[in-house]
Design a protein. Sequence first.
Length: 584
Amino acid sequence: MKKRSIKKKGNTSSSSILVKQKIATDLQKAINLHQAGNLSEAKVIYQGIQQVDLNNLDAIHLLGLIEYQSGNSEEAITLFNRAMGINPNLPDIQNNLGLAFMSQEELLKAINHFKEALRMDPGFVKAYFNLGNVFKKQKNFHEAVECYNKALSLAPDFIEVCNNLGNVFKELGNFEEALKQYRKVISLRPDFAEAYNNIGAVLDEQDKLPDAFQHYKKAVQLDPGYSDAYYNLGNLMFLKECKINEAIEHYQEALRIQPDFSEAHFHKGLALLLNGNFEEGWPEYIWRFGKNIENNTTYNNFTKPLWDGSSLAGKRIVISSEQGAGDCIQFIRYLPLLKNLGAYIIFECYGNLLNLFDGFEAIDLLVEGPFSEKTDIQYDFFVPLLCLPSIIGTNIDTIVNRTPYIESNPELAKEWGNKINTDSIRIGLVWEGTPTHNNDRNRSFDLSVFGPLTSISGVSLFSLQKEVTGKQSALLNEMNITALGDDLKDFSETAAAIENLDLLISVDTAVVHLAGAMEKPVWTLLPFVPDWRWLLNRDDSPWYPTMRLFRQTSPGDWESVINRISNELQRLVKQTDLNHLHLK
């Protein structure tokens, strides 16, 4: 019995050694498959190892890594935590936990894990890189620079760090340092397409368009599947050079590679709309909300369905304002159409528009946004305001352009009539839009550009510009322009002021929509690449019958625009009999 017992123990020991050898062999095989990108086969082997050795640290950790790489961050976190329970002192696991939390946008947790990895291993280059990436994501750019520089002090030729450091310098507006980093990347890896794309983006920002174009082209030559570079080419053609057809081709190429590329869809939609192709443009324009409007952070609190054009008879619909005040003024014209379909209309709008829209005939209930806080209001559907033209099927020939559809408050208009009291032609001026607008640097200009208008006799100039301070405030006095902006508390006040003007001359901002909606004469000054609603190659607007468009013929050339305005204004003065009614 004793001999048999000893023999049995010997067999068990040999068997255990064989099992361990097989686990080691299988683990190496799985790692090789994993490194080769064959995640599915590697995963099967890791799972098989766990069936034999439930607490195999390497299998658990690497299986977690596969789950992370497959987009299953929640499962990855579970597995990484299991691995940490077996050995809490491994910086690699802390680093990978940070990556998983980062993918879930839990950035504070990610930061804690990256910092813990660095506490365990102060020379952990990838942890510095990843920590820098979190700070970059948070827009804590100076902290990101510090982390990237620390990584480069340990690994000077880490090209991904150099590239991201360049991206941060670009965000900080330090284009020289950004280019320095990108060019270092290319010197280390001449076929790194992303660096060429990034150089193109910096040159694009600097309006060095031919060089930017060449770098974008080089990027797609090196990587024909580089959707971002095609998208950037589209934006350069569209937003800088107004070459619409070429831009659309580049957007289409980006979408061929990445069909759910939201920004490419959206900008393709803008280009199509600007070209007057509303039928194809509207379906692309809806991508401004991303892949799914119901998941958009602005609208995910609405509990009722998005209106899709179905019957509104006896239904209550929330129409939600979006984008700027000018967009609301322009597209509120569609509300009477929905009212005629039998809808009860709840209109959510911005606070500075409440008084203007109070009493608008098609609105049953006017509320200040955000609507998601008005939980006591019952409704059946919701729809963002600028979705209405698409749902209704608007094209160039069917634009609703009956004006006026907005009127000023008679009492306010009388008060403003006392402020704007002159026998000459009364002209309102606006030279700047909202500074946060993404195209404001192209659509706005300095007050001094209006200088030639001040020498025209027979006119009185009034500034409707709000928040004029410092140099421009002094310039108003020098140019003999009466400032009204401080008294314009909201758009109902602005409407009352416009009611007493003969003409508004303005850059593309909300007041041109207000004047157009009131059927008042308005001359709109447009940059070389205008907003989509103004279309191309025309000096009138199908949206507003009383509007004239004055376009730049080359980027940044406001001088020739103002000269045309000045000539037209002098002609108008000669034609106007000042002894009779003012312009209407």
